[in-house]
Design a protein around this ligand. Structure first.
Ligand code: SF4
Length: 949
């Protein structure tokens, strides 16, 4: 469609969040020089999602609105000349030259292994390729690792150990062909929502399809299971060995397959003798009957598909967990056929692409092994250099430990936020603070990590980049630019290229011999074509594929060798594997407990995981008010039994203390968790929640987690830490909330971080509805700050907060104020006047905790923009009961239609005896909830189930 001034365009691209890799259609509208995203829809032709998008994907366009980018994006390169001076804007030339020179100096003085690159599973394959070549080909170090180390390196190690290659054998279509789906260590409903939609659809089509879920928490995924095994954390290996023990005893194994296609079964058979049902049920905390039923459903089903993720990988025995699960598939011949196989779900959008280019400290291009001299020579020959380094590189945790120890001098961090996401944040922050030279390349300017950058390099992000990604099912999709680069940002591979060319000139300076640049790339396609050449005759051979084929035929699964006309749906269909004997390998590894155990001092096992609507450190999703609505503030989840034992009420503040740190949080009681266990979402980092306890600085959930790693995969144990939970007893509270102009709220939330060290507990988040217009016609977003402290808040702090919360008022305003110096309490309200009404636009409450808590009804008035004309000065009376009951907005369940938990419960209460399917239908017809992206469906169904008796 075209008018004289406005043009619309549609761009086919890929979601930048999880490893499902959904295709999307982005509609942009341009007028003159201005271009904006009008809508984002699922691509009906993409085989991963067939038109669907989840709550995160469907709101990607909203996260890219100019007013949000203005507040959050890195706009231009910045440089600080001295550690204690602020960064200043510089040109790209100055920034890249500084990075190249400092790296060259440090390499010349301390050797190539004195520098490191820490990159990301969110980079495109082309970005990854250039960074990997820069480290291993030019600098001559294997010190390049990625945040994918935190999410799937155990899966890589498991596949390589069992099959001889890092190749997930399955496809998403196996979901529709499976007779049993075994989800283990994955909250698929939250982490891979569109796959969960496919599971729901498959079950609807085939009611005989069995769903088994294994998880220490009763997640939304678990609530849909036919059989739920709520195992104790970290006991997965014992569970799988116990299942195999039963399968052997019952004769449910596939002996001909074992004899023909595998090796090492005798040793495993000996090992699992000890894993009797009784012993395993005790270790795992489940019943023998459930264990037996799981073994039967797994082994006797015509096709069993395992889906697994961080619950297996983020563990100090992550590789053993992966191989023990694969053992079950091999023993029952549950792979290489439709609907069957061990299918690792990748957390990030391009963790697979990173593996393909060898962008990890222990890998080389195209799944080659860095330890293998022939592989090293092959890569050196492909790159036209004498050798690639043989010394193993530093993986994520050792890299930051080396930085802390001073043996690693300089680090270049790309598209990731280790000062939020790595375990043991005290160590990580000390490492970054003490490093000689820190380069941070990111699209977002205000992550916890950018604070440490000596050089900040602004990068492009989703909807601005060109290249490819590979999803969990080995499918390569094109990523295309719908928008121009924001401000002065550049593509990640181009930044790497610029620095690499300068660095190679510096490194060759003084050399008499003729040298040729390793970096003669002209565009993303030329990078990809060099990567393609490295895959020839490898298990992931894509020599038959091209950008043109991806353009014409859409996303394709590897391998796609020369001569092929289509990609490969399923691997190992012939029972031949990539090991020297072509047989798959059984691994006989005994069950090992978590690296840290609970004891009398730290009696509670803490686990971490995802929220439904947030992504990683929230640098993007945290800027969108509607994505905060499902889980508006941080909490630690504990069982009602533990809450009673500790005399805690819902929302009460507690110290969560591990051997590494402390974080104060409100408790949330939930029966989804077993007694003596706790859960904190992985997203809550120093950007949103902080405080101090004595000398210790709290930096969110990873203040508590442990840096212990798996000995093979070197993946850290983010899923388990021993903690204690104790009442915080903080007498003084501060609660401020306000409507802010939408183009200021995120910036002010960032500004509030300056105050985070002034209380024992602090959290600041945004709330509201995006593109919400207030009664005076302005687009507004809510900003909320909660603080709690051992001492009353100082006048100076209150003034600072008032300045931030009252700085942005529009239209006619009045204010109400009440101070009680005897009780150190204060109440300030700003009132906005329209022609006919008055409503509350900001509130600041301080005082004793229980008094402040009693005033939350003011938040309901503010959020609902309720007319307060009739309340008059009663608004200032402490302990005043609002004159009319008002339904709290509560937690939002359906984000698409803005339907809260309370509204759904109220609707269900109207017809409590309605049968489940009819209750869902009634909700969908009356409120529309669950009829768009579907991310809320598991929770709505669980609410219906708890309502119907
Ligand atoms: Fe994106 Fe959601 Fe699809 Fe994952 S499931 S790729 S987050 S739309």
């Amino acid at each position: 469609m075209q008018t004289s001034t406005t043009q619309t365009r549609q761009t086919r691209t890929t979601c930048c969040y999880c490893g499902v890799g959904c295709g999307m259609l982005v509609q942009t509208e341009s007028t003159g020089e201005h271009i904006r995203i009008k809508s984002v829809q699922g691509d009906p032709d993409h085989p991963a999602n067939m038109g669907q998008l989840c709550s995160k994907g469907s709101t990607l366009g909203l996260t890219a609105q100019p007013h949000l980018y203005e507040q959050s994006r890195a706009k231009f390169p910045e440089l600080r000349r001295h550690k204690d001076s602020p960064r200043k804007r510089v040109s790209w030339d100055q920034a890249c030259e500084t990075v190249a020179q400092r790296f060259a100096e440090i390499i010349a003085e301390h050797g190539p292994d004195s520098v490191g690159l820490y990159v990301s599973g969110q980079l495109l394959t082309e970005d990854y390729y250039v960074f990997n070549k820069l480290a291993k080909g030019l600098i001559g170090t294997n010190n390049i690792d990625t945040n994918s180390r935190l999410c799937m390196s155990s899966a890589v190690a498991g596949y390589k150990q069992s099959f001889g290659a890092d190749a997930p054998p399955c496809s998403y279509t196996d979901i529709e062909q499976a007779a049993t789906i075994f989800i283990t260590g994955s909250n698929t409903a939250y982490a891979h929502p569109i796959l969960f939609r496919r599971i729901e659809a498959a079950r609807q089509k085939n009611p005989a399809l069995k769903l088994i879920v294994v998880d220490p928490r009763r997640t939304d995924t678990a609530s849909m299971a036919d059989l739920f095994l709520q195992i104790l954390p970290g006991t997965d290996v014992a569970l799988y060995h116990g299942m195999l023990h039963i399968m052997l005893w019952e004769g449910w194994i596939a002996q001909p397959y074992i004899d023909t296609h595998t090796e090492g079964f005798a040793a495993l058979k000996t090992l699992i003798r000890d894993y009797t049902p009784k012993a395993v049920a005790e270790i795992c905390g489940i019943t023998e009957a459930d264990l037996t039923e799981a073994a039967r459903l797994f082994a006797c089903s015509p096709a069993t598909l395992s889906l697994y993720c961080q619950g297996l990988n983020q563990s100090s025995s992550g590789t053993d967990k992966n191989t023990a699960l694969i053992n079950l598939h091999l023993a029952c011949a549950q792979l290489g056929k439709p609907g069957a196989g061990p299918f690792s779900l990748t957390g990030q959008p391009n963790a697979m692409g990173g593996r393909e280019v060898g962008g990890l400290a222990n890998l080389l291009s195209a799944h080659r092994d860095m330890k293998n001299p022939e592989h090293r020579q092959e890569v050196a020959d492909l790159w036209g250099i004498p050798t690639v380094p043989a010394l193993p590189g530093l993986t994520a945790i050792p890299m930051f430990e080396a930085l802390a120890a001073g043996t690693l001098k300089a680090i270049w961090i790309v598209c990731t936020n280790p000062a939020q996401s790595l375990p043991d944040q005290t160590m990580v922050h000390a490492a970054l603070a003490g490093a000689e030279f820190v380069v941070v390349q990111d699209a977002y300017a205000h992550t916890a990590t950018t604070a440490y950058a000596d050089v900040l390099l602004p990068a492009t992000t989703w909807a601005e980049k060109e290249g490819t990604v590979t999803n969990s099912e080995r499918r390569i999709s094109r990523v295309r630019a719908a928008l121009p680069a924001f401000a002065e940002s550049r593509n990640d591979w181009e930044i790497a290229l610029d620095v690499a060319r300068r660095l190679e000139t510096l490194m060759h300076a003084g050399s008499q011999s003729i040298w040729h640049s390793l970096f003669n790339f002209t565009d993303a396609q030329s990078v990809w074509e060099e990567h393609r050449a490295t895959t020839r005759k490898r298990d992931l051979d894509i020599t038959g594929l091209s950008y043109q084929i991806l353009e014409q035929q859409g996303p394709q699964q590897w391998p796609y060798p020369q001569g092929a006309s289509t990609g490969t749906t399923r691997l190992y269909t012939d029972g031949l594997f990539v090991t020297p004997s072509q047989r798959a390998r059984f691994t006989a590894a005994p069950y090992r407990a978590t690296s840290e155990r609970t004891d009398a001092r730290y009696p509670i096992g803490l686990t971490t995981g995802r929220l439904r609507d947030q992504w990683h450190g929230m640098s993007r999703t945290g800027t969108l008010a509607r994505l905060q609505a499902h889980a508006p503030s941080p909490s630690v989840d504990i069982s009602p039994l533990d809450a009673r034992r500790l005399s805690l009420t819902d929302g009460e503040l507690v110290y969560v203390t591990s051997r590494r740190g402390v974080q104060i949080l409100p408790v949330r009681m939930t029966d989804s968790i077993r007694p003596s266990q706790a859960f904190i979402a992985m997203h809550w980092g120093a950007e949103c929640v902080s405080g101090h306890a004595g000398k210790s600085v709290a930096r969110g959930v990873n203040s508590l987690t442990i840096a212990a790693i798996d000995p093979v995969s070197e993946q850290p144990e983010l899923k388990f830490a021993a903690v204690k939970i104790t009442k915080a007893n903080l007498p003084w509270y501060l609660y401020a909330f306000a409507w802010m102009p939408a183009d200021q709220a995120v910036r002010l939330q960032i500004e509030l971080r300056e105050l985070f060290d002034q209380a024992s507990f602090v959290t600041a988040t945004i709330f509201g509805r995006d593109e919400m217009t207030s009664k005076n016609g302005q687009m507004e977003t809510g900003l909320s700050l909660t603080m709690a402290n051992t001492e009353a808040f100082s006048e100076a702090l209150l003034r600072q907060i008032q300045l931030i919360f009252n700085a942005y008022t529009t239209g006619e305003q009045s204010s109400l104020s009440f101070r009680d110096s005897r009780h150190n309490s204060q109440r300030d309200l700003s009132i906005t006047h329209t022609q006919t009404e008055k409503y509350i636009s900001s509130v600041l409450l301080t005082g004793a905790g229980k008094d402040v808590a009693a005033e939350v009804w003011l938040r309901n008035y503010l959020e609902n923009q309720k007319d307060i004309t009739a309340l008059g000065r009663r608004l200032l009376m402490p302990g005043h009961i609002p004159p009319e009951p008002m339904l709290a907005r509560g937690r939002m369940i359906c984000n698409c239609f803005n339907i809260s938990e309370d509204t759904i419960r109220a609707h269900l209460a109207l017809a409590p005896t309605l049968e489940k399917d009819l209750a869902l239908q009634s909700l969908q017809t009356s409120l529309s909830c669950g009829t768009s992206c579907g991310s809320c469906l598991p929770e709505i169904k669980a609410m219906i189930a708890s309502n119907v008796h």
